[in-house]
Design a protein around this ligand. Structure first.
Ligand code: CTP
Ligand code: MG
Length: 415
């Protein structure tokens, strides 16, 4: 490609998302099979999207290639199309299929370039935090005389070289060592040539710079970024937790149940009448409550408060009252499932304040047991749970003793 080529200033970015993530797989294995790390959620999009958004902010970058595993390509092409609809990045894109080794995926990504460009950025999707400034720095270091630039950082650990028996064979001077990152930037023509030689002559390398070095090119290092971590091991998952969880969350829940009316004769209604349960405690002598489950109005409000924290909808979505499986079900299982959702979302309850609104029965004698029971369900000390009861002064349906209601407020902290 000549220096006067009209597209010599143009660059495309290749985002490598075709790995299998074997080191992370054990931590991600779910009941529906393993999840690939490059698709993990980061603020509402798969993590490879973060790099796409960063590169799209660079004027010189004219397009994006996403490299996916063969079996995912069709599905992920649709995912990228949907993401583009949500976040129009304003530059063309393509997907292609990767290969067995990273270097195969790069070679295939290069082959998918739709137009001759001057330079490419090759980037690991597994490094979602690379900034646009870093990519600009890499591209800015490239010229016809300087065909390769890569970001790196001084290492803090002393690094040893070992043999197959883990015997140290060498300790290179730490000051000479750098830990290398992506995006790596290259002039396209020499990179294509280096990959062709690697293919023909059986070179293996874990980054493209190594192929360029071997092909005899000078590779320059620019300052990398501390935050540009490669999501590799289970401990790195912590870095993907949404920023929003730095703040506590408050969940609010509300529920109402009717009492069985005196003299009710309809067998369908009578079939739904349950002895009153509040907070998992049976309230002897109280009016019967009409419900599909056990009718524990307090635990239903509590479940909704927990689901609120997890942003997981409401109790009716999770446990439809049309589902026979939940008939006469102890409501503690709803709380337990909602609590599991809270934990999945990265939170733990710290405090609950609950109010029962009922004209009858008198609840004062039951409060200590209800509080203890709710605390146990939430795995909190009783000192972090407050249960109150009030009447509505004879007004409305609670005042008329036609039913009762409950309100729950739960505070949760990240962690
Ligand atoms: N990659 C790729 N094609 C491959 C291997 C890796 O596109 N055949 C990509 C990965 O998706 C990742 C990047 O190259 O974005 C860096 O690789 P690495 O962190 O090693 O990811 P994996 O190979 O997926 O993980 P592991 O080595 O733990 O299996
Ligand atoms: Mg790998």
């Amino acid at each position: 490609m000549s220096a006067t080529h009209p597209h010599n200033d143009h660059a495309w970015a290749i985002i490598l998302a075709a790995g299998s993530g074997t080191r992370l797989a054990p931590a991600l294995a779910g009941s529906y099979g393993p999840q690939r790390k490059q698709y993990l959620d980061l603020d509402g999009a798969p993590l490879f999207w973060r790099s796409a958004c960063a590169f799209a902010r660079i004027q010189q970058v004219q397009g994006l290639i996403f490299v996916f595993p063969a079996e995912d390509q069709e599905r992920m092409t649709q995912v990228v199309a949907d993401l583009y609809n949500r976040d129009p990045l304003g530059l063309p894109w393509r997907t292609c299929t990767g290969g067995v080794r990273r270097q195969d995926s790069v070679r295939l990504g290069l082959a998918a370039l739709p137009e001759p460009v001057g330079s490419v950025l090759v980037h690991d999707a597994a490094r979602p935090f690379a900034s646009a400034a870093l990519a600009r720095r890499v591209l800015g270091a490239l010229s016809d005389q300087q065909p390769a630039a890569i970001p790196g950082l001084a290492v803090t650990d002393t690094i040893k070289r070992v043999d197959g028996d883990d015997i140290i064979v060498e300790t290179p001077m730490r000051a000479d060592l750098r830990a290398v990152q992506t995006p790596q930037g290259f002039r396209l023509a020499p990179l294509l040539a280096a990959h062709a030689r690697a293919e023909a002559e059986g070179w293996e390398a874990t980054d493209d710079a190594a192929l360029m070095e071997r092909a005899g090119h000078k590779v320059v290092m620019v300052q990398g970024e501390e935050g540009n971590v490669k999501i590799t091991n289970p401990a790195d998952l912590e870095l993907l937790r949404p920023n929003a969880i730095a703040a506590p969350r408050t969940g609010w829940g509300y529920d109402v149940h009717r009492y069985l009316a005196q003299g009710e004769g309809d067998p369908k209604v009578l079939a739904k009448a349950r002895p009153m349960m509040l907070g998992g405690v049976s309230i002897a002598g109280a009016p019967q409550v009409l419900a599909h489950s056990d009718g524990d109005v307090l635990l239903h409000a509590l479940t909704d408060a927990l689901l609120g924290i997890a942003c997981a909808g409401d109790i009716g979505q999770l446990f439809p009252d049309t589902d026979a499986a939940f008939e006469n079900m102890p409501s503690a299982i709803f709380v337990t499932e909602a609590l599991r959702r809270v934990r999945l979302a990265g939170f733990r309850p710290a405090h609950a304040d609950l109010t029962v609104v009922a004209q009858t029965p008198k609840l004062a004698p039951h409060m200590a047991r209800i509080t203890a029971q709710v605390a146990q369900l939430l795995e909190l000390p009783a000192s972090a749970v407050n249960v109150k009861a009030t009447t509505e002064e004879g007004l409305g349906f609670t005042g008329e003793k036609r039913g009762l209601k409950a309100v729950a407020v739960v505070t949760a902290l990240p962690g």
